[in-house]
Design a protein around this ligand. Structure first.
Ligand code: NAD
Length: 502
């Protein structure tokens, strides 16, 4: 190492309200994807460290559930104000470790803050039902109680928003929360931890524990964890769901995606092309709601491919810290090379490379790849079958609406989809028939607002509840129904019959 080389900074756990160095002796490197430099060394927790974290969280959870709703709401309001004031600083952390451009990072944070807005209404959200006089002198009512200690395991691509999908509702519902963020970009979670403390959250209620499979398995096996929320790739989501439920936990595990945009011949071609370019290449295609396949129906194909291709030379790709850039690097060198491999394999398997991102030159050692457009892609090609998770857009030409719909419904994933058309009847038919959890009508990235819930179908989600919004409150609480009668000595008697409503 030369004198000028950056010394990687230690990235520690957040336990009991303070940064706590790991004791496992294991760490992994955190890169700046725009330069290729190692800038941090993040701790990887051992089974024993997970055990200690769960113990501390359990103790904190007991007191936290007694804190009044109005006080929990007040903390959420303060947390929201601090997040709002910290947007720029948090966005810079995202750019430094994930690579996304500053404007995109701000967008991620805005969509994360929405979930805190929602959780500020927790007193209203936790209102139960009450039936006076369900039987003579008997009232029945329901209450929603927290689960205890819950855990979240999150992916690299939204290091602030996805944790906020979980944290806001879980805490507001009265649970203690243990976050295991992606080890590729772990610092955003520590920024959030600091803000929660400053907002007045008692120490120990929110924990950040860094780690890899060892930490995840320990969380899944620990009897002190009541529920696990996961967002990541499908093979790991399936694993988390199986192992977590095997250990008696409530689990929601959101997986990968292959989102198709169906463009009908009557669509506004310029609007569809703008949408396809924005949704395919934003955040370098590393979004679970990115459009990775355009299904061009009939005659629209030639014009649409030309319109998309004509927009690509103007896209500015470079370090996310430069406000002029619209797309940053990929998360790692290995991932960049894997994505580039799909461009080559698609060409070998018969696709036409309209724009080849591998040809764009970049200075330095960042993990950059230019944008690519592949035409005449067919469902048997690797580029169609796999989730590429990079700036590669595939165009599949289909003869009809029905042929396009069949591809969408035959796909193993069902996260998001969109239809572009001027025909309201066709759009309505599409929303009725498609086997996908989130649907856009002339909207390419239909991420639901925070007062709905987010979730795909098929291999994009394992579990029963979607994430955040009303489903989030449901996931993080258990319902208890109370049947009550107050003593009325005048009407008291022995009655061995089965209780009936009379
Ligand atoms: P990933 O599955 O590799 O990692 C996600 C989390 O799981 C990380 O915290 C990681 O440390 C942990 N993990 C990784 N391998 C593990 C193993 N073998 N055992 C236990 N834990 C393990 O996903 P990623 O690469 O970080 O994120 C990209 C993926 O996430 C894409 O597939 C994308 O579509 C998906 N994603 C889905 C959604 C959604 O809402 N459906 C949202 C964002 C990202």
């Amino acid at each position: 190492m030369t004198d000028t080389a950056i010394k990687p900074a230690p990235i520690n756990h957040w336990l009991n309200g303070k940064l706590t160095p790991g004791t496992s002796g294991r760490t992994t490197r955190v890169f700046n994807p725009a330069t290729g430099e190692v800038q941090g060394l993040v701790d990887l927790a051992s089974v024993e460290e997970i055990g200690a974290a769960v113990e501390a969280a359990s103790a904190a959870a007991k007191a936290w559930r007694t804190v009044p709703l109005s006080r929990r709401a007040e903390i959420m309001f303060r947390f929201r104000a601090l997040l709002d004031a910290g947007r720029d600083d948090l966005a810079r952390i995202l750019t430094r470790e994930h690579g996304k451009v500053h404007g995109d990072a701000l967008g991620e944070i805005a969509r994360g803050i929405e979930n805190v807005d929602f959780a500020c209404g927790i007193p209203n959200l936790l209102k139960g039902g009450y039936s006076e006089g369900a039987s003579t002198g008997v009232d029945v009512y329901s209450i929603q109680q927290p689960l205890g200690v819950v855990a979240g395991i999150t992916p690299f691509n939204f290091p602030a928003m996805v944790p906020l999908w979980m944290i806001a509702n879980a805490l507001a519902c009265g649970n203690a929360f243990i976050l295991k963020p992606s080890e590729k970009d772990p610092s955003a979670s520590l920024f959030i931890a600091d803000l929660l403390q400053r907002a007045g959250l008692p120490d120990g209620v929110f924990t950040v524990i860094h780690g890899d499979k060892v930490a995840v398995d320990a969380l899944l096996e620990h009897p002190g964890i009541a529920a696990v929320s996961f967002v990541g790739s499908t093979p790991i989501a399936r694993y988390i769901y199986q192992k977590g439920t095997e250990h008696g936990k409530r689990v929601q595990a959101l997986g990968g995606a292959k989102n198709h945009m169906l463009v009908l011949p009557d669509a506004d071609v310029n609007m569809a092309a703008d949408a396809a370019v924005s949704a395919a290449y934003g955040s370098a295609g590393e979004r679970c709601m990115a459009i990775s396949v355009v299904l061009a129906v009939g005659d629209v194909a030639d014009e649409l491919v030309d319109a998309i291709a004509s927009r690509l030379p103007a896209l500015k790709v470079g370090p996310g810290s430069d406000a002029a850039n619209e797309m940053g690097p990929l998360i790692s060198r290995e991932h960049r090379d894997k994505v580039a491999g799909y461009i080559g394999s698609a060409a070998e398997q018969g696709a036409k490379i309209v724009v080849d991102g591998r040809e764009q030159q970049f200075s330095g050692n960042g993990f950059f790849l230019g944008v690519s457009l592949l035409d005449h892609v067919t469902p048997d090609m690797d580029a169609y079958r796999d989730e590429i998770f990079g700036p590669v857009l595939c165009v599949v030409r289909v003869p009809s609406y029905e042929a396009g719909l069949k591809l969408i419904n035959d796909n193993e994933f069902g996260n998001g989809t969109a239809i572009f058309t001027r025909d309201g009847g066709a759009a309505r038919q599409f929303q009725f028939e498609c086997q996908v959890g989130m649907v856009g009508v002339n909207v390419p990235i239909p991420v639901p607002v925070a007062y709905y819930s987010f979730g795909g179908w098929k291999a994009s989600l394992f579990g029963d509840t979607h994430m955040y919004g009303p489903d989030g409150v449901k996931f993080y609480t258990r319902t208890k129904v109370i049947t009550s009668r107050w003593p009325d000595p005048a009407g008291s008697k022995v009655d061995l019959g089965f209780p009936q409503n009379r």
